[in-house]
Design a protein. Structure first.
Length: 157
């Protein structure tokens, strides 16, 4: 970020916009100068997310979201709402899986790729930006979490 020759406080402005104000689009971060917003869009895309929403299916207690993490590679994230008022998120750590467990359909796909830290955390950030409270997260989406070392980095971030 220092290559932009911007003062250090700009990073705090961006993180506040994302995590406190829940702003996902760089263009909407009006606290930033217009030229900086344009540079961010040119270098990172329209939004802070590195994953692309493809489909969303809702019921009273469950929201299933299909994301594209790279060209033609897709993962699913699930938000479960409980009567007690809390929400749990099942996120993916891999696109596909190599283990082939009998009880899981993901193994039939085979391992396409390990997700990056950004691809893992963006699944949760997507819901945060929509105003959801993140009460619990489990790695029960696609993939075997312990087979992807990036999961540990994602937990630290």
């Amino acid at each position: 970020f220092r290559s932009y020759n911007e003062p250090d406080y700009r990073i705090k402005q961006i993180t506040n916009a994302i995590f406190k104000q829940r702003i996902s689009r760089f263009e909407d971060m009006k606290v930033l100068p217009k030229l900086l917003r344009e540079d961010l869009i040119n270098n990172f895309g329209e939004t802070v997310l590195n994953i692309k929403l493809l489909a969303e299916q809702n019921s009273e207690q469950v929201t299933k979201v299909l994301f594209e993490v790279s060209k033609n590679e897709r993962v699913e994230t699930v938000n479960m709402k409980y009567k007690a008022g809390w929400e749990s998120f099942c996120i993916s750590s891999q696109c596909g899986c190599n283990f082939g467990c009998k009880f899981c359909a993901t193994g039939d796909i085979g391992l396409k790729k390990n997700l990056t830290v950004d691809e893992i955390t963006d699944q949760v950030l997507y819901f945060h930006l929509l105003g959801h409270q993140i009460d619990s997260i489990s790695f029960m989406g696609m993939g075997e979490a312990l087979a992807n070392r990036k999961v540990f980095d994602a937990l630290d971030s």
